[in-house]
Design a protein around this ligand. Structure first.
Ligand code: C5P
Length: 221
């Protein structure tokens, strides 16, 4: 289809990695499947897609420009430098909430006197918050929210706080959907207050629905 032809979309995917030392990092369970499905659906809808991705096991979607990143800071830099030239952003990446205060230059060693190791972490930059401060009214920004409780209430708060046009709220307390599987169920929360729950279905189908919502939002701008 051509619903998004002429639009340049940034899509982020995967779980960011926060380095502790040259051989170790903190990360999360994100597989990147949801973000890759969104990038593919956007490309198939005619968009010019840049996929900014943390490491995943997934093949690169065809026809998409890939920008590899590892850390949240690298993701923030990659998104914010490309945002002015983009029409929209879908933040499907599972961004680390905390990063080590310092990354060790050399491998952290165990010694006879360190039975405990204390890691000092600090908050990562909130990319969508920074995007909200810089975005133009013509740009469409979509977030994801993985929640284990009060899905709609927490989702609504994130939508408002991060000035999103659309938020896909995801209940990750369920074993059959979310993080690693091929299926998902989301509730789309729109800026005008209405919402729309998908059935449990493939991430590909959810991505297609998300992209049709993005096309509608562009049409309303
Ligand atoms: O982590 P949280 O549930 O707040 O994530 C909601 C949305 O914000 C997601 O789209 C995620 O990619 C984005 N996010 C971000 N920067 C962070 C944390 C999350 O842009 N530091």
């Amino acid at each position: 289809t051509t619903a998004l032809s002429g639009k340049h979309l940034l899509v982020t995917a995967g779980g960011t990695r926060e380095r502790l030392d040259p051989v170790r990092f903190l990360t999360n369970d994100s597989s990147g499947k949801m973000g890759y499905a969104v990038a593919t659906a956007a490309q198939q809808a005619g968009a010019d897609v840049t996929l900014i991705t943390a490491p995943t096991k997934l093949p690169v979607p065809s026809g998409v420009t890939v920008v590899p990143i590892e850390s949240t800071q690298e993701l923030a830099d990659a998104v914010l430098t490309r945002l002015p030239a983009a029409d929209g952003l879908v933040m499907a990446a599972a961004v680390a909430d905390f990063q080590p205060v310092t990354a060790a230059d050399q491998k952290i060693k165990k010694t006879t006197d360190n039975d405990e190791l204390v890691l000092r972490l600090k908050k990562t930059p909130d990319i969508l918050q920074a995007v909200a401060a810089n975005k133009r009214p013509d740009q469409v920004v979509v977030g994801f929210a993985a929640e284990t409780q009060n899905l709609l209430e927490n989702g609504r708060q994130k939508l408002t706080k991060k000035h999103l046009d659309l938020l896909a709220a995801n209940d990750v307390s369920r074993a059959d959907i979310g993080f690693n599987g091929d299926n998902n169920q989301v509730t789309f929360l729109f800026a005008d207050g209405h919402s729309d729950q998908t059935p449990v279905t493939s991430k590909r189908a959810i991505a297609t629905t998300l992209i049709s919502h993005v096309a509608e939002i562009f049409n309303q701008k």
